[in-house]
Design a protein around this ligand. Structure first.
Ligand SMILES: [Zn+2]
Length: 326
């Protein structure tokens, strides 16, 4: 079994392109930033694939839409099982490292697909979901998103049950997109690490989607990790000028505030909307530039390994179920 530390990207929205028939993960998606051939070129071992629910399905049919995304993903697993492996247990990660496959973690970006039923969290778990972003930008049955923060609402009673059940089952709890009160109540209810899969530092870019230093410290105190993200508007107040250097700035800032053990990457590739990726990070192949950039900024190889995946690996090992229990 390989002892190599995996490179892990904690967030992409590529499944929508798969569902839309724009290509296949296995052979390539010309319109996407992520596919298996390019994950290999970028040296990424494990990719978290989010099931994001487009706003027309915000109130209705989120479950159906998400099941369609998951079925599209399963068709990929069936067709390209020699290259892609669904990560359901902690042991699956050393397995993908030793077989040279790409590990895929299924996540929900927003609890809308639960439709208010805790049983559906179990169903999604059975389907392989191991990561839950509690909200997208808006209010749902679980909590308020950042766009609905004015009312000051944190987790609902259902949201509290969902968070507790995630820790019980072995699902990573993700606060990216949550309102400040939502983040606070998740931190209060947490029974293990809390993560922010794709959020940057508010101290460097004052955007509602970014984390304050206090929030970052509280996440780190749970043993969690913050995934620095490539979304240009979260990197700099001048998003059109966003570059690899801004990403490195946010990494350095979080390392100073919370320490190197609590910083990771969550690119948000294929979730950038109309904006172009940062210069120097045009698609997932450019993960190698992150490595070089961190080295140029004086990080040791050990620190770079932690940031590029070792820290996510620690959280996943702690949270995911062990083989034999699923
Ligand atoms: Zn997002």
């Amino acid at each position: 079994m390989s002892q190599r530390v995996p490179v892990i990207d904690a967030h992409c929205d590529t499944l929508q392109k798969v569902l839309a028939g724009e290509g296949t993960l296995g052979e390539g998606i010309p319109t996407a930033h992520v596919d298996v051939p390019r994950l290999r070129q970028g040296g990424v071992d494990v990719q978290v694939f989010a099931c994001w629910v487009p706003t027309p399905y915000r109130y209705h049919n989120a479950t159906v839409y998400t099941l369609r995304l998951i079925e599209a993903f399963y068709r990929e697993l069936n067709a390209y099982g020699d290259a892609l492996h669904l990560v359901r247990t902690a042991e699956d990660i050393p397995h993908v490292l030793s077989t040279g496959k790409i590990g895929a973690i299924l996540s929900l970006e927003g609890a809308e697909p639960l439709d208010g039923y805790l049983e559906l969290l179990n169903v999604f778990y059975r389907l392989g979901v191991r990561w839950l972003g509690l909200t997208w930008n808006f209010r749902n049955q679980v909590a308020d998103g950042v766009a609905d923060a004015d009312t000051g609402g944190g987790l609902t009673p259902f949201g509290v049950e969902v968070v507790h059940t995630c820790y019980h089952l072995g699902i990573v709890v993700d606060v990216s997109h949550l309102s400040p009160a939502g983040v606070e109540s998740v931190l209060k209810e947490a029974k293990g690490p809390v993560v922010a899969s794709h959020s940057n530092a508010r101290a460097l870019c004052d955007h509602r989607r970014n984390l304050t230093d206090d929030q970052a410290r509280a996440i780190a105190a749970t043993g969690g990790v913050i995934g620095v993200t490539f979304v240009p508007a979260f990197l700099t107040p001048e998003p059109e000028k966003a570059s690899l250097d801004h990403v490195l700035d946010h990494i350095e800032h979080f390392v100073q505030v919370v320490g190197v053990d609590h910083v990771g990457i969550g690119s948000d590739f294929d979730g950038l909307g109309d904006s172009r990726p940062p210069r120097g990070l045009e698609d997932v192949r450019h993960y190698t530039a992150l490595h070089q950039g961190l080295r140029a900024r004086g990080f040791t190889e050990e620190e770079i390994t932690a940031i590029l995946g070792g820290n996510w690996y620690r959280v996943l090992t702690q949270v995911l179920p062990t083989a034999g229990t699923v």
